[in-house]
Design a protein around this ligand. Structure first.
Ligand SMILES: Cc1ncc(COP(=O)(O)O)c(C=O)c1O
Length: 438
């Protein structure tokens, strides 16, 4: 590996990055272990965001590394078009075993974006298979993030990420987001106010007619847009309205699944069963790319009607169910089951919540939100420079060896679930120090 100072940084066009600013002062990690990243000079950084919300079991777990190596040596690649390999079937069974009742099918992809596009395509094709091909409309929500494919981006609700690409999917509408600082600032867990926002779906149905709507997609907790926790009762009401009008409900659990909220899937925590669940990130502990779209029986059955020689869903990726990714996911599930990681957040939640809310009253803090092992500390923006305070705070924490993400002026925390109480103190203590001295 070249020494950091000699590294040429020109040719890598970095995603979601201010490339010119970054390249003036690059941040590099050369290794990782447990709760830490290691810089090229050997110094360690406490990981407060699980890489990018994905390393739920902590970094470089030997079982996962070995499973990857072992599988690559035995079977570097196998397609899943008209053939496959045992690990893909084994993993699908294991995932369905953790999913809410009624989920019997897994469709593999390589990322959260692809898992979302897969879910949207399944929803459209499902209605068509049932003779309702006019149900073409997809409903997303403001301030949501569903990845960067044209499908996911079309239903996403972050204006700044959409505006450069003009030509998104037609026949899309959006629910209003549920965040209202005036009514829910400093809520702990689900805000008591705001379930009525679900009624906006009835208005959308009245406007377009249910017969044109295929699916509603929401993140149970909106993650990247700032940990927007659903008001108590909101998701249940969305489910009721979808049922009433024959609309499929998709939960995008790319962040929420695999222990981040509580349990393997957050739908169980919220006691709401969607028709389709998307996942990625924590599925392989971030060690290798993989997405999975989980589908309920009744959706799958709608496709299994024609002659059995017909391909039921014309969709898939060269790397759907890649053996190395399946091996990484199976090893991740082994760790999570053995170490009880899917219920670890329940154990840490009260401590995590108190540590987060202890920042109330610090300079520039205007709201604090938390659920499971997620937290957001929202800061007042610098006048005329939205996002600058968040970025500066992120870099100041990094200079103090803590990785805390910023999204605009909101500081986001989502550490590996293996975090200790002392490390929770270190994360929030560092943020406190930075905010006090800023
Ligand atoms: C809820 C949600 N959906 C989809 C995605 C896209 O996942 P990926 O970046 O793996 O394509 C993300 C990524 O953060 C996400 O948070």
């Amino acid at each position: 590996m070249p020494h950091a100072a000699e590294l040429k940084t020109d040719a890598f066009w970095m995603p979601f990055t201010a490339n010119r600013r970054y390249k003036r002062d690059p941040v590099l990690f050369a290794a990782a272990e447990g709760m830490y990243y290691v810089r090229p000079d050997g110094s360690r950084v406490l990981d407060g965001i699980a890489g990018l919300w994905c390393v739920n079991a902590g970094h470089r777990r030997p079982e996962i590394v070995q499973a990857i190596a072992r599988t690559a040596e035995a079977l570097d690649y196998a397609p899943s078009f008209q053939m496959s390999h045992p690990l893909a079937f084994e993993l699908a069974e294991r995932l369905c075993g953790h999913a809410p009742p009624g989920f019997s099918q897994v469709f593999y992809s390589n990322s959260g974006s692809e898992a979302v596009d897969t879910a949207l395509k399944i929803a459209l094709a499902y209605h068509r298979a049932r003779g309702q091909g006019q149900r073409l409309r997809l409903i997303g929500r403001e301030r949501s993030y569903h990845g960067v494919g044209f499908g996911g981006l079309s239903v996403s609700g972050i204006g700044g990420q959409r505006k450069a690409f003009g030509n998104l999917l037609p026949m899309v509408d959006h629910l209003p987001h549920t965040y209202d600082r005036e009514h829910m600032a400093y809520s702990r867990g689900e805000p008591e106010w705001g379930a009525h926002h679900a009624e906006a779906l009835e208005r959308i149905v009245a406007l377009h007619d249910a017969s044109t709507i295929a699916a509603v997609i929401v993140e149970p907790v909106a993650g990247s847009t700032g940990v927007l926790v659903p008001p108590r009762g909101y998701l249940k009401r969305l489910r009721e309205i979808c049922d009433k009008h024959g609309i499929l409900l998709i939960f995008d659990e790319v962040i929420c699944a695999f222990g981040r909220i509580d349990g393997a899937f957050a739908s169980a925590y919220f006691d709401v069963t969607p028709d389709i669940i998307t996942s990625a990130k924590g599925l392989t502990n971030g060690a290798i790319p993989m997405g999975a779209t989980l589908v309920r029986d009744h959706v799958y059955e709608a496709f299994m009607q024609g002659p059995d020689s017909a391909i039921e869903l014309s969709h898939g990726y060269t790397y759907s169910g890649h053996p190395v990714a399946c091996a990484a996911a199976l090893a991740t599930l082994d760790i999570c089951e053995r170490e009880g990681l899917f219920s670890r957040s329940r154990e840490l939640w009260p401590y995590w919540e108190s540590a987060a809310h202890a920042l109330k009253g610090l300079p520039k803090v205007v709201d604090i939100r938390n659920i499971g092992m997620l937290a957001a500390i929202e800061l007042a923006p610098l006048e005329g420079k939205p996002g600058q305070r968040g970025y500066d705070t992120h870099r100041a924490c990094l200079a103090r060896d803590c990785l805390i993400r910023s999204s605009g002026d909101t500081m986001l925390l989502s550490p590996p679930l293996t975090i200790s109480r002392a490390q929770i103190d270190q994360l929030f203590g560092t943020l406190t120090e930075v905010l006090k001295t800023a």
